[in-house]
Design a protein around this ligand. Structure first.
Ligand code: AMP
Length: 381
């Protein structure tokens, strides 16, 4: 069957109008596409650059309205229910497909998929009752992490367990809903590979990134990761195998733990552009957002070549504790780019923007990003 191609002038629909949707929309608008997003908030970040169809992602009627107003549909979140995605797919091309989302959006399905395809991961168990949790803790050991199967992000909907008698409170804290229990990984680093797979099956990946999380939320990214080419190639190979097995069209992000004995374990996959890929905007010939657009529209992928080592630091709502931060110091640094998402209200832990820094030297890019962040944090005290 011939792959449908969607050309500039046509309309891209995006399920979700947050910062990821906004950055895809900016690239799409630059390339002459029209853009519509589905979001409950008419003042969502993407509203600055796209038309908003107001509605919840869980509302099939609203999703159908978006689909019918678009030529091709993609998404910025994996949390749109399968039934809604299937409804969109009934009337329009949806990339990535509802089937890919079904595999990824439920942690059980995702872990099972990794197991079936012999992709390395930590020990885990499916948990549907407190009794099962107590038994599984005995098998998996402590410490462990209990994660709700659906709906979690940025470290939410997960509880760490350090003692067996914490099982009941953890199970209650997650609403007694289906979970998976994971063995805690004693990692030395976290890495991610962001890649794009076109409708024709071509795959291009960005440089493997090195990530630091704080309180379960991404804090900094450095790309390329400061690890041996062997580790980076291994991560790219695993991510490629996952993308091919998923038959995904669009961007796929695979997050890894690097263990003390230099093994890579897959932490999780996201079928979309990713926070750890933000450095690609400015650092690469084609950003992850343009790559997503190209893949979704059936176009050839662009070059992922990276001009210079880059670092990114997230700006969370905590920096707004004393009002709007003063960004002059960031703007005075010629190697830095400031990105603000235009969110109306700042909350602790909410992603409000990020800074990327390019430099000839990876360590220096990171230290400049950290310094700019520390200056903003100082003023928020
Ligand atoms: P997640 O949302 O599942 O990616 O979890 C957010 C962060 O929590 C990860 O990036 C890790 O820093 C940490 N984390 C999650 N799962 C594990 C695990 N099994 N072992 C150790 N740390 C973990």
């Amino acid at each position: 069957m011939k792959t449908p191609v969607f050309a500039p002038g046509q309309t891209l629909g995006i399920l979700g109008g947050g910062q990821l949707g906004k950055m895809i929309a900016i690239e799409a608008r630059r390339m002459g596409y029209r853009v519509k997003v589905l979001d409950p908030d008419t003042a969502c970040p993407a509203a600055e650059v796209a038309d908003v169809v107001q509605g919840e992602w869980s509302d099939p009627a609203a999703a159908l309205e978006l689909a019918l107003a678009s030529d091709v549909v993609t998404l910025e979140t994996e949390h749109v229910p399968f039934a809604v995605l299937a409804e969109v797919e009934r009337v329009r091309t949806l990339r990535p497909s509802a089937q890919v989302l079904r595999t990824i959006q439920d942690r059980y399905n995702q872990r099972h998929f990794l197991h079936r395809h012999d992709l390395p991961q930590t020990r885990w168990a499916n948990i549907e009752s407190l009794g099962q949790l107590q038994v599984a803790l005995g098998e998996i050991g402590l410490p462990a992490i209990l994660k709700r199967r659906t709906g979690g992000y940025d470290g939410r909907a997960q509880v760490r367990l350090y003692a067996a008698d914490e099982a009941e409170s953890a199970w209650r804290a997650l609403g007694e809903s289906p979970c998976i229990l994971e063995a805690f990984v004693d990692f030395t680093a976290e890495l991610s590979v962001v890649l794009a797979r076109s409708a024709q099956g071509e795959i291009r990946f960005f440089a493997t990134a090195e990530n630091v999380h704080k309180n379960g939320i991404l804090h900094t990214t450095v790309a390329p990761a400061r690890f041996s080419p062997g580790i980076r190639t291994w991560a790219e190979d695993l991510a490629t195998r996952a993308a091919v097995a998923l038959e995904l069209v669009g961007v796929l992000t695979v997050e890894f733990f690097l263990t003390r004995d230099d093994r890579l374990l897959i932490n999780e996959m996201a079928p979309r552009v990713h926070n750890s890929g933000h450095v690609t905007l400015g650092a690469c010939v084609t950003s992850q957002f343009e790559q997503q657009l190209r893949a979704v529209c059936g176009l050839p992928l662009g070059s992922q070549h990276q001009h210079a080592p880059a670092a990114m630091v997230n700006l969370l709502g905590d920096l707004w504790a004393n009002g709007e931060p003063n960004f002059l110091a960031v703007l005075a640094e010629p190697r830095a780019h400031l990105h603000l998402y235009g969110k109306r209200t700042a909350r602790a832990g909410r992603k409000m923007g990020h800074i990327t820094v390019l430099s000839d030297d990876t360590d220096e890019a990171l230290s400049v990003a950290e310094r700019l962040h520390a200056q903003l944090a100082e003023r928020a005290k």
